[in-house]
Write a protein that binds this ligand. Sequence first.
Ligand code: PBG
Length: 340
Amino acid sequence: MHFLGHFPQTRMRRARGAPWLRRLVEENTLRPQDFVLPLFVKEGEGQSEPIPTMPGIERLTIDRLLEKIEEAKKLGILAVALFPVVDPSRKSPGGEEALNPENLICRAIRAVKKAHPNIGVIADVALDPYTTHGHDGLWHPDPLHPDGGIVLNDESVERLCQQALVQAEAGCDIVAPSDMMDGRVGAIRKALDAKGFERVCILSYAVKYASAFYGPFRDAIGSRAHLGQGHKRGYQMNPANSDEALREAALDVAEGADFLMVKPALPYLDVIARVKSAFGLPLFAYQVSGEYAMLKMAHGAIDWEAALLESLVAMKRAGADVIISYGAIEAIRLLEAAGI
Ligand code: PBG
């Protein structure tokens, strides 16, 4: 690319001189179909329960979930990502509830596909909503280990395959392994294909960092207390690394991932850019709970609405094709109000 030109013949401000002109030469534009809306689903009926660390976001019973999706659909949102708030009495060290075809997430998937057949449904593959220790896989305590134990890899992958199958049977369109076990994408692909679910897509949380920005999500699904002083650094990535992100993504591509994800989004725009340029796959960026909370709770100090749109377009500029955002509905409304 050539950047020819000298002042005063060249004046960069000329193209910024009017609203229509700024818009005309804009390089990246947010559109409703860029977004996936994440939603928290809980047991019961007729309830929307606020989440204190995520102002404006609620845990919804299935009937309310269907109404929220109706609202999202009208705004042009094409897909939702569902997360279950599992009753503590149903949690166990092995997370067996994840394999129950009548569990909350499966009932929610069936209800959404029935009421909104044209809305894409994405479900996480990970055990953390279901385990008493809050880990994404099977926890093996070991007092001699500096982390107090480890999450077993291959044993967890086996269970995650079963979880993915149960969700596919319920009608899920995209399974999204968020657990960061090695080899799980290939194993899940094989398990799905063996049962005739070739059409079910895999969105791999290929590049998922061990991040402090997941805090409000863990409040929302009720796993924070279960994890306690524990952490996920034994399987999620070190925030200091980005060469490693390319290796993670390459493995998942080879194992059959349809789509890749980088998560969190805003603190990792460099990683989004690197992954996008190295692989041609559709790339999802997840603006996680803590990113949402940080912007929302700073309102007053900053203009939350402007900061939301600025953050989201920055993700597209970095190379994201799809953005998972708790602020999706609000963002689309703001774009509409701005005449887009
Ligand atoms: C579970 C999962 C997490 C998120 C999505 N799936 C939390 C975690 O790994 O602890 C985080 C999403 C968010 O913070 O919005 N494996």
